[in-house]
Structure formats: structure tokens, C-alpha cells
Design a protein around this ligand. Sequence first.
Ligand SMILES: NC(=O)c1ccc[n+]([C@@H]2O[C@H](COP(=O)([O-])OP(=O)(O)OC[C@H]3O[C@@H](n4cnc5c(N)ncnc54)[C@H](O)[C@@H]3O)[C@@H](O)[C@H]2O)c1
Ligand SMILES: O=C(O)[C@H](O)COP(=O)(O)O
Length: 399
Amino acid sequence: MTVFVADKLPDEAISELENLGQNVINHPTATASDLDSGLSDANVLIVRSTVVSKSCIENSPNLSLIVRAGAGVNNIDIEAASNLGIYVANCPGKNAIAVAELTMGLIVSLDRYLGDNVVDFKAGKWNKATYSKADGLYGKVLGVIGVGQIGSEVITRAKAFGMPVIAWSRSLTPQKAEELDIIHAESIEEVASKCDILSVHLAINNQTKGIISKEVLSKLKDGAYFINTSRAGIVDEDALFEELKSGRIKAGLDVISDEPEFKQGEFTSRFQELDNVYVSHHIGASTKQAQLAVASDAVDIVRGYVQEGQVRNWLNRCEHTDAPWQLVVRHYDKPGVIANVMNELKQADINAQELTNVIFEGKQTACCTIQLDAEPSSEIMKSIRTRQDEVISATLIQL
Ligand SMILES: NC(=O)c1ccc[n+]([C@@H]2O[C@H](COP(=O)([O-])OP(=O)(O)OC[C@H]3O[C@@H](n4cnc5c(N)ncnc54)[C@H](O)[C@@H]3O)[C@@H](O)[C@H]2O)c1
Ligand SMILES: O=C(O)[C@H](O)COP(=O)(O)O
């Protein structure tokens, strides 16, 4: 197989992929436009934030697996991949600690004006008078939106700072909040109105896009901080810009909508004109520790695929096939047995939706489980069971 790596991965990961016996094409500076015309040989594509467009997917005839070496998959056209039966997988949680560390770093930096301290120092200015105005974080209430892998790590660190936490997450119950020793909120608005610092840790999708709305931002207390290390599209950025421009709040952002695609170069952003916002360069996941953990997970996904045909962290698997019937055929392990069963089903225009076949110790027998979109007639079942030199038993289950 050919594995195309279209982003910067640690050297160790590239060696591990090569050690799997795969042909590895390493293109650490690849951009979306490099991929758009397609990858003629690649079977597996590994990316970090490089955009994998519909055009790339549709023009890569041998592509069967895309691995996101990271958490967020909004850079991959998953619908296009699903339409062509291409697996998409990611490496969740492996960079959560790194992002939580940056979150705390942004909070401390805003409170102590660290970015401005350094800029003045480099410019030969001593400014203890201005930078002695920090409020302090102890006792300040941290609001967390999304208690997933990163949100949980942020909570742990906030507690170490002596900061009470109030959180909203779609699956956070009052009981779970009590176990975590945090305050449960019924809504994002409630968190925003009760916290001193609001930090968002949601995945982006159709339901979460713009969820930190103008209304949510307006609920923040005067002087509150807003931290976004998730994705720019989670927040109504125009509303955020206006709130920041008014000087009412401060923000620490690792993600902005005009983030450049290139890794190094000149660029402009409207946030550059504001003093009360610190923007880091989408570096949440970019610690050596996190990158080694993520890359090792990505390699492990490829290993599972090439060696066992299994894709761990498979994201675009249909969760419910809606198949109403399941046929379980225990059979002798020899050529044509499943083909004959499928042929019976085909003649009745019955579609097999998911099919697994496993073999037993001794390699004499196997069991095939097939999910069906319609009920096979008693005649079809009889016909399948009649092949006694092939079929041991055939059982029909209504799902
Ligand atoms: N700045 C960075 O470098 C960096 C690094 C890693 C991850 N991220 C971003 O942070 C996000 C969160 O990462 P994570 O590892 O904590 O992921 P996670 O899957 O553990 O957590 C995602 C959270 O989003 C919530 N969520 C998802 N869909 C939702 C919906 N429709 N409605 C309400 N809540 C919903 C989940 O319930 C969960 O709380 C990633 O998706 C990614 O976009 C950024
Ligand atoms: O979702 C993620 O994992 C992060 O945004 C990391 O992005 P990166 O791999 O481009 O640093």
C-alpha cells in the first residue's frame, strides 16, 4: 500500500510507517491545492489540518482510508469520503493535555499581560507600572462549554489554580457534575452569565456552529475573558469582534476564521488591531509530547487497517443500518458458500447491508452474519438450509 502523509509528522512516525512495509510518500508542507487534483497512487492519506476536499477525494481512485492525526475532522469532506466508501478516522484525546495547557497559558497571559510584557521588553521599554494591574485567578469562576477530553483536562488544571468550575455539556448531568466537583449549568447562557472566564471545548458540526452566539457573549460579565481553543466557527466571530472592540471583555484565541493555510508567512487579521485579544498560532496540539502521542495513534490505525482490515476510530460508519432482519449462517469454510447464500438473497431482491464472516479454531467452520433490508421467505431459508455440505445452520432474527 502507499501511505501519503500530507502534513508534518514526527520522524519516528514516518519510520514506523515504513517499518510496516508500506510505501510512504512524506510531503510535510502539502497544502489543499497540492491535494485537490488527487493522489493517483495513495491508498491511505494521513493529514493534520491540511484540507482534504471533495475534489481530492474524487480524484484519488485508490484512496480507501483518511486518517486525521489529531482530533477535529472539519478539514476533511467526510460526506465525499462516505459517498465513495472511504474510511475516515481520527486520534481523539491524544492532544487533550496539550490543548488544556495552552488554555491555562492563555488565561494566565491575559491576566498578566504576558504578550505585551514581552513586546515592550524587546522594544527596550520597562513598564512595571502598566503590567502590575493583574487581577489574579484564584477564586475566579471558570465556565467550561463541552466536557469532552479537552474540557475535562481543563477542569483538572483549573481546580489546581483554585478556580471553581461551572460547566455545560450535552451529556453532563447534575450527578456527573457532583462527581467531578463542578457546578452543573442548564445552558450555555447560564455558564456565560455566571463565570469570570468562559472556555469553549466543543467539536464543530452543524449543531455547534455559532453556538457561542451574540446573545451568549452579551451575557459575559464586564471584564470577563473568552477563550477559544476549539474551532473559530463555534463562535459568532463578528459578535466577538464587536464585544472586544467595545473593550468590555478580553479574549485568548488559538483559532480564528482567517487562519492562513500555510505554516509560515505574512498575513492580516482584524484581531491584530485590538489590544485586548491574544491570538496564538493554532498551536494547541503542537507540543512534542502531544505530536508523538497523536502520530503513534495514527500509525496504529494504519497498522490495524493493513494487517487486520479493521479501522479503529472509524468516524463515518453508519451507526444504524435500519436493517430489520439478521441472517446468521454457520457454515463450512470453503469457497462459494457465502456466494450461494448471497445468490439466494439476490434472486429475491433482498439487499445485504452489513456482513461479517469469522472463522473458528481449526479453520473448518465459520459464521457469517448478514443484515438484510427485507425478510427472506421460508422457501429461501429452506433453500439455504438444504445445502448441507455447505451450511451447518441458518437462523433468521428480527432486529
Ligand atoms: N487548538 C487545537 O490545536 C486543538 C487541538 C485538539 C482539538 N481541538 C478542537 O477541540 C475540539 C474538542 O476536542 P476534544 O478532544 O475535547 O473532543 P471530544 O470529542 O472529547 O469533545 C467534544 C465535545 O463536543 C461536544 N459536542 C460534539 N457535538 C456536539 C453537539 N452537536 N452538541 C453539543 N455538544 C457537542 C461533545 O459532547 C464533547 O463534549 C475538537 O473537535 C477540535 O475541534 C483543537
Ligand atoms: O483538532 C486538532 O487536533 C487540532 O486542531 C490540531 O491541529 P494540528 O494538527 O493542525 O495542529
